[in-house]
Design a protein around this ligand. Structure first.
Ligand SMILES: [Zn+2]
Length: 137
């Protein structure tokens, strides 16, 4: 990610994503879990693809994972960014994947399966966004 001169725009919060963004304000990374069969549903959705239940609950995740794949988007330029930022798919410890940014490391130094950890960066309107960096140690 380039040097941010402005905060990222606030997220588009929906009924299905509100729990995620409210947890991120508290610097918690969460996922939706089926309250009947217990599988994690990512991204959140109204009905469980495994058991068709509409009951849901929230699970706090460890924030640890590894890099599955990564890329630098060149076009179009994203408002709020200067220079490049690295977009990655993260394999979370809990077995689900999340698309986010990898920070605090150069693109050429990233390797597959590299351990990463979440951190939170302020956005507009008091929101925070979960981003990832190489795991300490
Ligand atoms: Zn289920």
């Amino acid at each position: 990610m380039g040097e941010a001169t402005a905060l990222r725009a606030a997220p588009w919060v929906t009924r299905d994503s509100e729990f995620f963004w409210e947890a991120a304000r508290r610097e918690e990374l969460v996922a939706e879990r089926c309250a009947d069969c217990g599988i994690l549903r990512s991204p959140p959705r109204p009905m469980c693809p495994h058991c068709n239940s509409v009951a849901r609950e929230t699970q706090v995740l460890s924030g640890r994972g590894s890099i599955y794949t990564w890329v630098i988007p060149r076009y179009p330029v994203v408002p709020g960014f200067e220079g490049t930022h690295i977009v990655a798919v993260i394999d979370l410890e809990e077995g689900i994947r999340l698309v986010s940014n990898i920070c605090e490391i150069a693109y050429e130094d990233i390797t597959a399966d590299m351990p990463v950890e979440v951190f939170f960066e302020p956005m507009q309107d008091g929101y925070k966004i979960p981003l990832f960096r190489p795991a300490a140690g």
